[in-house]
Ligand binder design. Structure first.
Ligand SMILES: [Zn+2]
Length: 381
């Protein structure tokens, strides 16, 4: 795929030279989901769970199944899936109890399938590319400067898995993480090899926004346990940014992208209530601190829209994320837990930042008891 220069995005080949049938099967289903993205709402929601839609969605899962004896390059899966779907639509139109609008809907999907004979765009790479461009622009505006080498090269890879990322019986069967490799931030996208349907595809913009916003540009560039800064404050900021930007990722399916993104993020946020997801307490704590600042600032400034206040605080999260200055991730965690307007010194620093979001971060760091200079003693308390 073609990578725009500013997002520094490059695909990473799957390890090993063996053809990967599971990966090819995911790509084939993704290609159809991308092709049909404007019709997925009607297919999954508006037509309800009618047998015709269900049959078509089941064909999507089974039509791209690798053959029993895997040999040779897995190049024909997309053709097979297209033919299986087209045959299924013939059956639906012949035997389903459809009105004229229903016939036209399914025939429209069938006509679109013809476009798959050409080389389709990478269905997941395309989403990642758009997310990267938007997050990069937000960080550039928040920091007020070109990011240059502060923005890492982003490599990415889809990894088929048989594990459900949330170990639950929900349709959100994709997940992702970021691993740092030299100068690269590698986005690894896990997709359940047997179940990858509309909900999972439509939740990918939210998943990728979280990874690219919260983790890709993080400083220091090192592995770090999930914490109130990395998952909590940045997870909150990534969500604010997602709500503000998601309509551009898959125009034509924007309402669905928002709906499934929200559902997935709510599942993640509250997952700790039903299972032992170690991330959830950190997520909830970070969200709580951020929302406390938003409410406090909104009360003092009734003229400002709450959405605009959230974006201003999300820009602070972005600036802190790329701020190096000798700070460790633990320093950044401490700053989040000190980010309470109930402390007078912090209230002053927050007031100053929210009024002048392009100003120095130093007053906030000082108010949080974090010394930004590596050469000086780390703590001023
Ligand atoms: Zn995360």
């Amino acid at each position: 795929m073609t990578a725009p220069a500013q997002s520094r995005l490059r695909p990473q080949p799957a390890p090993g030279a063996e053809p990967d049938w599971a990966l090819e099967s995911i790509r084939a289903r993704g290609a159809v989901l991308l092709l049909w993205h404007e019709s997925l709402g009607e297919l999954t929601d508006r037509r309800g769970n009618d047998p015709e839609s269900q049959a078509l969605l089941r064909t999507l899962q089974f039509g791209a199944r690798p053959p029993r004896h895997l040999s040779g390059p897995p190049s024909a899966l997309l053709d097979r899936l297209r033919d299986a779907l087209s045959r299924q639509i013939d059956l639906i139109v012949s035997y389903g109890q459809l009105d004229a609008a229903g016939v036209e809907f399914y025939r429209g999907l069938q006509r679109e399938l013809d476009q798959l004979t050409r080389q389709p765009p990478d269905p997941i790479g395309l989403l990642l590319e758009r997310v990267c461009d938007q997050v990069h622009a937000f960080y550039r505006d928040a920091t007020g400067r070109p990011l240059g080498k502060d923005w890492p090269w982003i490599s990415w890879q889809v990894l088929p898995t048989r594990q459900h990322p949330f170990e639950a019986a929900d349709p959100y069967t994709a997940g992702a993480c970021v691993v740092f490799e030299d100068e690269d931030a590698a986005v690894r996208i896990f997709v359940h090899s047997q179940h990858f349907g509309p909900e999972a595809y439509l939740s990918l913009p939210a998943i990728l926004t979280h990874e690219v916003f919260a983790h890709v540009p993080a400083r220091p560039r090192e592995e770090h346990d999930p914490s109130v800064f990395t998952e909590g404050f940045l997870g909150w900021a990534a969500r604010v940014f997602f709500e503000d930007s998601c309509q551009h990722v898959l125009a034509g399916a924007q309402a669905l992208v928002r709906q499934h993104g929200r559902r997935l993020m709510d599942l993640q946020k509250f997952a700790g209530l039903v299972q032992t997801d170690g991330l959830s307490p950190a997520r909830r704590t970070g969200h709580q601190y951020a929302e406390e600042v938003v409410s406090w600032w909104a009360q003092r400034n009734p003229d400002l829209a709450v959405g605009a206040i959230r974006l201003r605080l999300a820009a602070l999260a972005a600036r802190l994320n790329v701020h190096d200055g000798g700070l460790t991730m633990n320093d950044k965690d401490e700053l989040v837990t000190a980010l309470s307007p109930r402390r007078p010194a912090m209230a002053d620093a927050l007031q100053q930042y929210l009024e002048h979001p392009a100003g120095s971060l130093e007053p906030l760091l000082r108010a949080g008891g974090i010394h930004p200079d590596r050469t000086s003693p780390r703590r001023t308390r």
